[in-house]
Ligand binder design. Structure first.
Ligand code: KG4
Ligand code: ZN
Length: 349
């Protein structure tokens, strides 16, 4: 017997995208709205938390209303409201959580708190249209670089992650050193296509360390800085580089990051004994990473799912992971709080 689908409103405000979507318990996407703040943070070459929080406040209601309008629904036709309450920038998270709690309270509907990083992996489930669990999950975003053993959609065990900068953060900071626009990931991957990946031999932390599922991109970032300025404390922005030099630096840097991500993803698959890899987060849009992951998994007979580029960066469709919580009856109390966790900082100058 067919039933009327359950409709979940999902809210995403962890960093610098204000997003809302309506999804059903059949995982149909009825609407998806993303208001990006890139333009507001461009001048600072990084996300400024206070600006992000204020922008979320201005945008959250129009974004929610647009998500309902696109889905052709009224507020009372929503069955539950889900929100990413961790991790992220504290002021940004608070805007989404407060909106979600208010809607849940006023409508008398259940609230579901979700983990933004788990949601990035769930983007693969949404794109695949079939179950992807259990799997190893690699989240590569501006704030995080984590490998999980995803036993089910609601049981994620952290295998390891970065001990300092996230992969996306390294992309953004190196882009800033090269005078490229923010966010740096897309700009670096574009420029890298014209460069020689072997022009510079940059460090690959823990690459051959088979006992350690971990990343470190801080030393790599410093190595790029010294490759530009030479030793000492010279201002990296004061050095004039040719386009070819920039392209070689971008390509060599990108190569080092991708080498580490692919090697540790392979180690995580072995360690967890999984035959499927799911990859999400903004950096998963990187063409070289996608190519190398394809090669690695093909060789090892691993089933690979990478979120499509438009679902790699922050969006609310991936918040459909809340459907799994809904099915399990795992609702959150109205006392649910934000948990900031690791946050992305603006680049040092
Ligand atoms: O997942 P996301 O939208 O936001 C966070 O949760 O942080 O990821 C944003 C990050 C930025 O650091 C951006 O530079 C990076 O993803 N990114 C890329 C590419 N596209 C976006 N990094 C490398 N290559 C790309 N093509
Ligand atoms: Zn994200």
């Amino acid at each position: 017997m067919s039933h009327t689908p359950v409709r979940l409103l999902t809210i995403e405000t962890t960093c610098d995208e204000t997003a809302a979507a309506v999804v059903t318990d059949r995982l149909e996407v009825l609407s998806s709205v993303v208001a990006s703040q890139e333009k507001l943070h461009e001048a600072y070459q990084g996300v400024v938390p206070e600006i992000a929080a204020r922008a979320h406040m201005e945008r959250i209601l129009p974004v929610l209303e647009e998500a309902l309008r696109q889905a052709d629904l009224t507020w009372s036709e929503i069955d539950a409201v889900a929100v990413a309450h961790t991790p992220g920038l504290i002021g940004s998270l608070l805007v989404g959580l407060t909106a979600a709690k208010t809607i849940a309270l006023v409508l008398g509907k259940p609230l579901i708190g979700i983990n933004h990083l788990h949601a990035h992996i769930y983007a693969c489930r949404m794109a695949a249209g079939i179950d992807v669990f259990p799997c190893v999950g690699l989240v590569v975003s501006g704030g995080h670089t984590h490998l999980y053993d995803c036993r089910s959609a609601t049981d994620f065990r952290l295998l390891g992650g970065t001990i300092d900068d996230a992969a996306g953060e390294a992309f953004d900071k190196v882009a800033s050193m090269l005078g490229l626009p923010f966010p740096g990931g897309p700009a670096i991957s574009k420029l890298a296509a014209e460069g020689d990946p072997n022009a510079y031999r940059f460090p690959r932390a823990f690459l051959r360390d088979r006992d350690r599922i971990a990343f470190s991109f801080s030393g790599l970032k410093t190595a790029v800085r010294y490759a530009i300025t030479g030793p000492g404390n010279k201002d990296v922005h004061a050095v004039a580089l040719t386009r070819q030099e920039k392209a070689d630096l971008a390509a060599s840097f990108q190569e080092a990051v991708v080498d580490c991500l692919v090697a540790k993803a392979a180690l995580a698959l072995e360690t967890a004994g999984r035959k499927r890899l799911c990859v999400g987060g903004g950096v998963a849009a990187n063409p070289l990473l996608r190519k190398r992951l394809n090669e690695m998994t093909e060789e090892a007979s691993i089933d690979l799912h990478i979120a499509p580029p438009h679902w790699c960066t922050d969006n609310a469709v991936m918040g459909a992971i809340a459907v799994e919580h809904y099915r399990a009856g795992a609702f959150s109390p109205l006392s649910l709080d934000v948990v900031s966790g690791l946050v992305r900082s603006t680049p040092e100058r």
